[in-house]
Design a protein around this ligand. Sequence first.
Ligand code: SAM
Length: 218
Amino acid sequence: MRLRKKPWARPTLESCDFFVINTQEYIGNWNKVFDNSNEIHLELGCGKGGFISKLASSKPDINFIAIDIKDEVLILAKEKIEQEYSLKNRKPTNIKLMAFEIMLINKIFNQYDRINKIYINFCNPWYKNHHKARRLTHPNQLNQYKKFLSLNGEILFKTDDAPLFNDSIKYFEQSGFKINYLTWDLQTSGYEKNIETEHEKMFLEEGCKIMFLIAEKI
Ligand SMILES: C[S@@+](CC[C@H](N)C(=O)[O-])C[C@H]1O[C@@H](n2cnc3c(N)ncnc32)[C@H](O)[C@@H]1O
């Protein structure tokens, strides 16, 4: 479903304490932004924020950064984050939200940032051969992430799309990752830490199976 343009979204986001405006200013210094040395986990393509709001509000000792390119969804993520933290009577001090083009991610993170986990949930499958380099799991992207992902850091990847999943298994292996966990059906896999995303809910209602893997940087 296409979301309508929301011209008011950007000023509202910019007045939010946990929305980062000058994204490139903090390269190599993300721990200073959080004012602590806790681990940092990243969600790429957070959409409406259902996943990150639940995860971050339940893990106060980890810092989270959620990125998406569209203000129309980021504004919904902002609201979800506020709701989830308020339900838990907490302030959203361990989360930052930002609008950024993930293809250019090395402009905002470098080796000094040492990110411990990256979540990629239901990214666009980009089927055409000449578009595949835009996949968030493409080796071009994995090689960018490797620069700031810590050694033994993990990428957790979920999709409903079998061709993308099959190709991504090869992408991870080619790019120096070890796949430590893999399932073709997350719901029956017994994996207990799953948090459902908005797209996951929609695909499950349509009867699709969800594929999931955890790849470690070695
Ligand atoms: C299919 S949605 C999935 C959203 C959410 N992760 C979920 O599972 O419900 C993909 C999201 O990734 C964002 N996205 C796709 N490519 C991106 C890119 N290159 N840079 C930043 N965001 C991107 C889109 O704007 C969209 O919100």
